[in-house]
Design a protein around this ligand. Structure first.
Ligand SMILES: NC(=O)C1=CN([C@@H]2O[C@H](COP(=O)(O)OP(=O)(O)OC[C@H]3O[C@@H](n4cnc5c(N)ncnc54)[C@H](O)[C@@H]3O)[C@@H](O)[C@H]2O)C=CC1
Ligand SMILES: CC(=O)[C@H](N)C(=O)O
Length: 373
């Protein structure tokens, strides 16, 4: 990095400027005193020097869930296999363990996080660890710990080591008093799940660290994500993944939401591409630090109709799960992502017909292989 830019960056971190709305920066309180987290005054200066490589050095937390492995594959194609470390608290299956660097990381253990960041000279962090909406309601104290305390550790380690930080938020960050059709970026956010509350907290804390300490925080609110080769981790939108599997395996599917429940959804390839695009966007193009992104919006009935076009014998029945239904009824029906489209050129590739064809093709070839064996 040229010396002038480096000095400007250090000065910016120390002083802030009225133009960016920053105040005079002092370290977060938890960095002060005799805590093991105390850092030398020039730590940011050194990490800025060490991070001067051609490619980012990436850490993905919670990487063994529905989205992390796909993200690692995409980032490894872009930045090189060894520059992207996948981490989780679970044991990886063989094919993932052998596909690139994997490391144990518990986001509740700050020392462990800091060691990983320092030893691997991490410069970008994608924070995927979380308990999703339905699982979170079944275990509120664990969701609070992972989604809120864990996030605090992530913010601190990112601020200490001058990382670019991506944290996903969700349609679940809105609630019954938000405008639901469509839901804009800025409006009332009073979610009624621990998941939603923790995600609003993450949005606000990340933006606060950005304006207060200059943290390069970037956040997208994802719709329900639909993936072919990974299982969802206990959310309200999971039905839209399971339906494809069951349609081809059994010709029928029991849906846990009412037929008319409309929610915003996205195919995983669009979601991961958006994530990389917002991380690569020049800072001056980002008029906000938290953006809605969207692709399509449908009900279980719409989805079943589209599946029927390919699987004529398909039958859907409904057995409503009251916890999930109450959550879904409080979430956006349509998501306004015009700011993402305007600021950094977001554009989705998959609408409902392409999504259904892609998912059925994937599971169809799977089913055929299974039947042949
Ligand atoms: N999948 C979706 O439809 C959507 C996902 N998101 C967000 O994207 C992110 C990734 O989502 P998914 O992959 O679907 O989640 P997931 O539930 O499938 O995976 C989360 C991972 O976090 C890990 N984890 C739990 N506790 C941990 C801890 N203490 N330390 C480290 N890791 C821990 C779990 O082992 C799991 O592998 C989450 O933050 C989620 O809120 C947002 C909107 C939609
Ligand atoms: C939309 C999400 O955040 C997730 N899939 C969930 O349903 O909890």
């Amino acid at each position: 990095m040229p010396v002038a830019r480096l000095l400007r960056q250090v000065a910016g971190q120390m002083l802030g400027s009225p133009a960016c709305g920053c105040w005079i920066a002092t370290p977060p309180l938890r960095f002060l005193g005799t805590s093991p987290r105390q850092i030398p005054a020039d730590a940011n200066f050194h990490s800025a020097l060490f991070s001067e490589t051609d490619q980012p050095r990436v850490l993905i937390t919670g990487g063994l869930g529905q989205l992390g492995v796909g993200l690692a594959n995409l980032l490894r194609k872009r930045f090189g296999k060894d520059n992207v470390i996948l981490s989780d608290i679970r044991k990886p299956p063989d094919h993932i363990f052998h596909s690139g660097p994997f490391i144990y990381s518990d986001i509740l253990d700050y020392k462990n996080l800091r060691e990983i960041v320092v030893n691997n000279r991490i410069t970008w962090l994608f924070h995927y660890s979380a308990l999703l909406s339905a699982v979170g309601e079944a275990n509120v104290s664990l969701a609070r710990a992972v989604n809120i305390t864990g996030l605090h550790n992530i913010l601190d380690v990112a601020a200490e080591h001058n990382l670019r930080l991506f944290v996903p938020s969700t349609i679940g960050a809105f609630g019954p008093t938000s405008p639901r059709n469509p839901t804009p970026d800025l409006c009332v956010q009073r979610p009624r799940t621990i998941y939603g509350v923790s995600k609003v907290h993450a949005e606000l804390m990340g933006e606060y660290y950005h304006y207060r300490y200059g943290l390069d925080f970037r956040c997208l609110r994802y719709p329900g994500i639909i993936s072919a080769d990974s299982q969802p981790g206990g959310g309200t939108t999971d039905y839209a993944v399971q339906i494809f599997h069951d349609a081809l395996k059994n010709g029928k599917f029991e849906c846990n939401l009412k037929p008319s429940t409309r929610l915003p959804m996205m195919y995983i390839d669009d979601c991961l591409r958006a994530t990389l695009e917002v991380m690569e966007a020049p800072p001056e193009s980002l008029s906000m630090r938290t953006y809605n992104i969207n692709a399509m919006s449908f009900t279980p009935e719409d989805l079943a109709q589209e599946v029927l076009k390919h699987v004529p014998e398909f039958q859907i029945t409904y057995n409503v799960d009251s916890v999930r239904q109450v959550i879904a009824d409080s979430w956006p029906m349509n998501f306004d992502d015009s700011n993402a489209r305007k600021d950094w050129g977001w554009k989705h590739n998959f609408d409902l017909p392409e999504l259904v064809t892609t998912m059925l093709n994937f599971h169809g070839s799977d089913t055929r292989v299974a039947q042949a064996n």
